[in-house]
Design a protein around this ligand. Sequence first.
Ligand code: ZN
Length: 125
Amino acid sequence: MAAKKPIIHCDALVVHCMDYRLQKFIQPWITVRFGYDNFDIISLAGAVHDYEMVLKYVQLAVLIHSIETVCLINHEDCRAYGRDGTYKRHKHDLMDSQFKIKALFPKLKVETFFLHLDGNFESIS
Ligand SMILES: [Zn+2]
C-alpha cells in the first residue's frame, strides 16, 4: 500500500497582470499579506480579462492546495485591455469574476483590487 501523501496547503491564490510596472508594488504587498511562502501566484495578461483561465487556476489551487482566499488584481493603464480598459470596465470585470467564483466556491474569500500605477491598491466592492 502506498504511503498517504500529506495534505499540503497555502492560504491564497494571487492573480495579477504580467505587466512589469506592477512587480515592485505586488511583491511587497503579497509578502505583507501572506508572507514569503504561503500563496500561489499567477501572472496573466490583463489578470481577470481571461476569466476562464483564471477559473482554471482557482479550481486547481482549491484542489491541490486548499486555498481559502483569492486575490484578483487588475490595474490602471492595462495594455491587455487596450482602449476598453476604463476604470468602469475593470471594476465590472473584477466584480463579475468575484461573483462567479463565489457562486462556484461559496467558502472561498474573494478579494478584488484595482492597482493604480502609483502603487495604491484600491479595494473594489
Ligand atoms: Zn495589464
